[in-house]
Design a protein around this ligand. Structure first.
Ligand SMILES: [Zn+2]
Length: 334
């Protein structure tokens, strides 16, 4: 993965980055003080807001604000609960986190972030405007408006309650599938019109966070550029995937792509994501996903690729992610 620099990877997931303020940079002079954390991510099901708004802008943005207030309430409950446990000091269940060896507790509770995530921006935009984000500039612009409003409300509401509530692209390994399943049940007229994947096979999902449709037939640089428009708004971690499939680009092409991305787009982080087939019979690994081993032709193989942020065996994926995998557009970096 490649990011712009000036950020620190400090959360529970390797790909998250946080913008650092002056106090944080001051902490860097005593690196052992750089103990930050994200307490929790609460994720908003964006398409559901669109279903309830019935193409009415005013209602859509009002519902969005209400959901952000709800997110803050959820965070406050957890903050209060964890605060009580920490308050029990060395006699409580979080004793280890309360040890004080440098003037403050090991767990710097006052530095914790309370993330607000999103799933299905693309489907919200599609239901509300009739177009997916990659299909027109107006659709992309509307998506940007939604995320800008989210950012504004999360800052204002966060301030009201004393919570640091930055936006995050929820990794959503299971949430993109869970939200889609729930909406097929509770919004049976609306959800099927925008939900992605294979409905007959139950392999359904929402497009993750602020991404474009993974199946959109666009070049890697177009994707990185369009998705990058959202990155400055998503302060707790934003990323674009470049799905490579079996393609193994020369190192100089990758280097040129990275330079082009950071010089010409607002994208803050890109991940090149190849796919592999690992043979359980002969033990060899080959590029690309295939049903049989290209070396010994055994059908006893495992597919390996990124589910979201990390690589894992596709046999362990939920049906939603498998549906997404089948629809991903693989790009060539030339
Ligand atoms: Zn083999």
């Amino acid at each position: 993965m490649f990011d712009r620099g000036g950020t620190a990877k400090i959360s529970e997931c390797c790909r998250l980055t946080f913008k650092l303020d002056d106090n944080d940079l001051n902490d860097a002079k005593t690196p052992w003080k750089m103990r930050y954390s994200a307490m929790q991510n609460v994720t908003i099901n964006l398409p559901r807001i669109a279903y309830e708004a019935h193409q009415d802008d005013e209602k859509l943005f009002r519902l969005l604000e209400e959901k952000i207030e709800l997110v803050a309430q959820a965070h406050l409950q957890k903050k209060e609960f964890i605060g009580k446990l920490l308050g029990m000091g060395k006699f409580g269940p979080l004793a280890l986190l309360t040890m004080n060896l440098d003037g403050e507790p090991y767990y710097r509770f006052n530095k914790a972030s309370f993330l607000i995530g999103m799933v299905g921006l693309n489907e919200l935009v599609q239901y509300h405007t009739g177009q997916q984000m990659h299909e027109s500039k107006e659709a992309t612009k509307f998506g940007l408006k939604v995320i800008s409003v989210m950012k504004k409300h999360s800052e204002e509401i966060g301030k009201k309650y004393g919570l640091k509530m930055p936006l995050e692209q929820t990794p959503a390994e299971s949430t993109a599938y869970r939200f889609a399943k729930l909406d097929m049940k509770y919004y049976p007229l609306q959800a099927p019109t925008v939900i992605r994947g294979n409905k007959g096979a139950g392999e359904i999902y929402y497009t993750n966070s602020t991404y474009l449709n993974v199946g959109a037939q666009i070049s890697a640089i177009e994707r990185v550029k369009a998705e990058g428009l959202f990155h400055p708004l998503v302060e707790a971690g934003a990323l674009s995937h470049v799905w490579l499939g079996e393609h193994k680009p020369p190192a100089e092409n990758l280097a040129a792509f990275v330079v082009k991305t950071f010089q010409n787009t607002q994208n803050s982080q890109i991940a090149f994501s190849p796919e592999f087939t690992s043979c359980l019979s002969c033990g060899k690994t080959a590029r690309g996903l295939s049903d049989t081993c290209p070396y010994c032709h055994s059908p006893n193989v495992e597919g390996i690729t990124r589910v979201t942020g990390f690589f894992s065996k596709t046999s362990g994926w939920n049906k939603g992610k498998l549906g997404e995998l089948k629809e991903r557009t693989r790009n060539i970096i030339s």
